[in-house]
Design a protein around this ligand. Structure first.
Ligand code: S3P
Length: 177
């Protein structure tokens, strides 16, 4: 089930669904290396995503995502890659690895974010989440697009991180070494 060319796993899904959390748990269990596209972009630019949006706008950020996608395709193997919520739109997504869509309802995502001890920070660092109505519309627009790009869909709502990780390991036949 893993993309035989590069054996990467790529998590896609809406902001706040838990791509980073699931990815880090899978990295720990499988002892693979992991990368996050927002982290790569922040280090390339030496500033936060929020500052990139404020200073250069969303379209500039999307160009950085495309550049990151090309770099991942060319250079990364055997890794677990978590992505920003809009990264799935890059042209070469299917060439980067096996695509795992983490799915939840919008209300489930909001509840997860609001339950977090740093809830304000989690919301404030995401420019496209500041207006809840706009975020809900974006979620509705994107839901079927995420599904269309996915090799595998994992429902995450009301499930523990461990359960989800166990599922992914089984379906993708990963070794826990
Ligand atoms: C975005 C999601 C963010 C980040 C940027 C844009 C989006 O990542 O890449 O704010 O378009 O959905 P997270 O999904 O990690 O919040």
């Amino acid at each position: 089930m893993l993309n035989p060319k590069n054996k990467n796993i790529v998590f896609i899904g809406f902001m706040g669904v838990g791509k980073g959390t699931i990815s880090r748990a899978l990295i720990k269990t499988t002892k693979r290396f992991g990368l996050d596209t927002d982290d790569l972009i922040e280090s390339m630019e030496n500033r936060k995503i929020k500052a990139i949006f404020e200073e250069n706008g969303e379209s500039y950020f999307r160009k950085l995502e495309k550049k990151t996608a090309k770099w991942l395709q060319k250079n990364v193997k055997n890794a677990i890659i978590s992505t920003g919520g809009g990264f799935f739109k890059v042209d070469n997504l299917d060439k980067i690895g096996t695509i795992v869509y983490l799915r939840s309802s919008f209300d489930g995502i909001l509840a997860r974010l609001k339950a977090h001890e740093n809830a304000d920070l989690k919301l404030a660092k995401r420019p496209l989440l500041t207006d809840e109505d706009k975020a809900r519309t974006l979620f509705e627009e994107r839901s079927s697009l995420y599904e269309a790009k996915a090799d595998m869909i994992i429902d995450v709502e009301n499930r523990s991180v461990q359960e989800i990780v166990t599922d992914i390991i089984q379906v993708l036949k990963l070794k826990k070494d």
